[in-house]
Design a protein around this ligand. Sequence first.
Ligand SMILES: CSC[C@H]1O[C@H](OP(=O)(O)O)[C@H](O)[C@@H]1O
Length: 341
Amino acid sequence: MIPRTIAREGEVIVFIDQTLLPGRLETVRCTDPERLATAIRRLEVRGAPALGIAGAYGVALAAMQSEAGDMEGFLAGLVDAAGYLRGTRPTAVNLGWGIDRVLAAAGTAETVESAKEAAVAEADRIAAEDEATCRAIGRHGAALIPDGARVLTHCNAGALACSTWGTALGVVRSAVEAGKEVSVTACETRPLLQGARLTAFELAEDGIPVRVITDSTAAFLMRRGEIDCVVVGADRITRDAVFNKIGTYMHAVCARHHGIPFYVAAPLSTFDTVRSEAEVVIEERDEDEIAVFNGRRIVREGVRCTTYAFDATPLDLVSGIVTEEGVFRPPFDLMPEPRNI
Ligand SMILES: CSC[C@H]1O[C@H](OP(=O)(O)O)[C@H](O)[C@@H]1O
């Protein structure tokens, strides 16, 4: 297994710089919450659960470094850090969830010192909970994966999107751990190639059979009967839709057309059932993420590129949502209440 995606060592937050993978597995030692915000914005750290941990540790870093002499000044500094951390990426609900949990923990303390301890302890709790949550998701999801299954996935919802183990790839890992033969077809996931760069890397490291395809090959393989199920992650689950990496909706429509089960694996912290699809901001990223490939311009200057980072899949295309508390199935009337504060 690869090292933890993000962890705390004393007053230092250590994270894998995922922009360097698969060629280089390097970690960054970070003591500055604004540097951590940059890492989130650049997708050095990415993936909904990992963003929850990163947001939490960003506020914890601000707490550890605070020189405020009173609670008012201390909390004002945390709120300032929370603001720029929250503003890095709008779609994954876990980012705000992690930030808010640490703010709330610090806010209940009486003194600056005890507030610092409370902030760090809560961020550590969020990081520690994540592994147990992913393994529970894996256990529930593994029951859905038949022996010999050929699983399609999109983007990276693996250990690199969490503290470890993963959500969608956690389901795969748990199925393999249960003794099932599972192979994975990973969509490369243009434009940032999380599938090609990260999913293939993780699964190969674990010796799990994986192949990479272009995103546009998925429907062709479904039609040829070469995919038995689709398992993806999620960034936010509203009462009517699943927000996930751009391209997920396309796979859900094709899976339904071909009668292939389409599963979403996500922790309860990703649920935001007080909102509907229309109320969610979909992150748009820099046009150069499409227009420039490997340092070379592939789109003529002046031609506009639209780079949505996520799309929304209506719940009626989803066969089941795998969480740490079990599998939610259609008609999804009994969805969990959001765990966000
Ligand atoms: C386990 S959730 C991972 C989720 O996050 C990814 O987005 P990004 O790489 O932009 O952070 C993608 O939507 C994955 O499904």
